[in-house]
Design a protein around this ligand. Structure first.
Ligand code: C2E
Ligand code: CA
Ligand code: CA
Length: 364
């Protein structure tokens, strides 16, 4: 009997079969949603603490809003059915399987829905130029002049803008992110070309590179060829690689070296955001280290100041330039200046800007 109850849920909560259970257990239509919630929930509890007692599950149920539904059922006489279901789930040894099935069911349906919409729209969006590149200036900490910028991707859909944090993960999974990274790189090349043609001075404009892109075969040749096709010196397009990616993986070193050998500058992004040891900095030839916003946010707190002191002293020792990211206040700026941070990127000076505003600011 327990199996008969559990199986439908294992099979992704088939509606018809669960309806049979509702009927068999005399669950009032008003309580069905909650019944399903309890069944799912108790299966999860069972998976979490497989061999635990019924009391444990009951306590969890009681401690949650689900107890409301339990009580409702108790009132209309179906409580004992509930006990049976919960007991069955708690004691059945395939509760773990059940848990995973339920978990992946919930997980997939949500993520898949978003992913599918994004995937379906990707080609069209690319064609319609919905992906646009914004530019956030990097300022010299002393002169306050713009000395560089970072290219940041935006998705301007007909229904509004989606920030990169919301769609890059999906495309990272799909392998579409390489297309976007390359697209951004090309856009930066085009911008630099236009500036050259207008005899305007160039500043380095960095691009972000995802793990997928970095491990694409012939990635260095591809980027170098694109830069060459626009006649842009690779030193004007530094490549940002996140700390976690750079330090976690030994296979990156040869790729990084190859980028450097054709003239690209590498910048370590999000430094201090992970758990990596500071001495990891030694492993690779980064020219610039970008101190993560999380470190900057701690300025003013005792440990925060200490950690930054240390990170910055180390950076100096290793001969890298330091960029502080996410600088929002004068207090942060003062601290960074006092500690000889080289460059500042953050809302205090400028948010990321659309191309025309960025160029207007640059040439002001
Ligand atoms: P990131 O590389 O760390 O970029 C810096 C992020 O911090 C940007 O968010 C920027 O808008 C934000 N930021 C800068 N200054 C401040 C500040 O003062 N306060 C606050 N609160 N935020 C600040 P954004 O543009 O939303 O990008 C998020 C992330 O998406 C980027 O983080 C980067 O990892 C990724 N990304 C953006 N464009 C690309 C791309 O073309 N390719 C790849 N692979 N990743 C990209
Ligand atoms: Ca970055
Ligand atoms: Ca960053």
């Amino acid at each position: 009997n327990a199996k008969a109850i559990a199986n439908p849920i294992e099979n992704e909560l088939d509606i018809d079969e669960i309806t049979d259970i509702y009927i068999e257990h005399n669950v009032h239509p008003d309580d069905r949603e909650e019944f399903k919630a309890v069944a799912t929930f108790s299966a999860m509890c069972a998976a979490l603490k497989e061999k635990s007692s019924f009391t444990y599950h009951f306590r969890i149920l009681r401690d949650n809003k689900i107890s409301y539904c339990y009580m409702k059922c108790a009132r209309n006489g179906s409580a004992s059915s509930f006990d049976k279901v919960i007991m069955a789930f708690a004691l059945e040894d395939y509760s773990v399987k059940l848990h995973n099935a339920v978990k992946s069911h919930n997980h997939m349906s949500q993520n898949q829905r978003v992913s599918r919409i994004y995937e379906e729209r990707f080609a069209e969006a690319l064609e319609n130029n919905e992906f646009v590149v914004w530019y956030q200036p990097k300022f010299d900490a002393v002169t306050e002049k713009i000395v560089g910028a970072e290219a940041l991707l935006r998705w301007q859909t007909p229904n509004g803008m989606i920030p990169p944090g919301d769609f890059l993960d999906v495309f990272e999974g799909d392998g579409l992110i390489q297309i976007l990274d390359k697209y951004v790189f090309r856009q930066v090349c085009q911008l630099q070309r236009r500036r050259l043609d207008k005899n305007l001075p160039l500043i380095p404009i960095s691009v972000n590179m995802s793990r997928k892109s970095l491990f694409t075969p012939d990635i260095v040749e591809t980027y170098k060829d694109i830069a060459d096709s626009y006649g842009i010196d690779t030193k004007y397009i530094p490549i940002e690689i996140t700390e976690s990616l750079a330090l976690a993986n030994k296979q990156i070193k040869p790729i990084a070296d190859k980028f450097i050998s054709v003239g690209f500058e590498l910048q370590m992004d999000d430094f201090g955001s992970g758990e990596s040891a500071l001495n990891g900095l030694n492993m690779m030839h980064f020219t610039v280290v970008k101190l993560d916003k999380s470190l900057i946010d701690f300025i003013g707190q005792k440990n925060g100041n200490l950690i930054l002191d240390y990170a910055m002293a180390l950076g100096k020792e290793l001969g890298v330039k330091l960029v502080a990211e996410g600088v929002e206040t004068l207090k942060q700026l003062d601290f960074l200046r006092a500690h000889h941070c080289d460059f500042i990127q953050g809302y205090y000076f400028s948010k990321p800007l659309p191309l025309d505003e960025f160029e207007a600011k640059l040439d002001a």
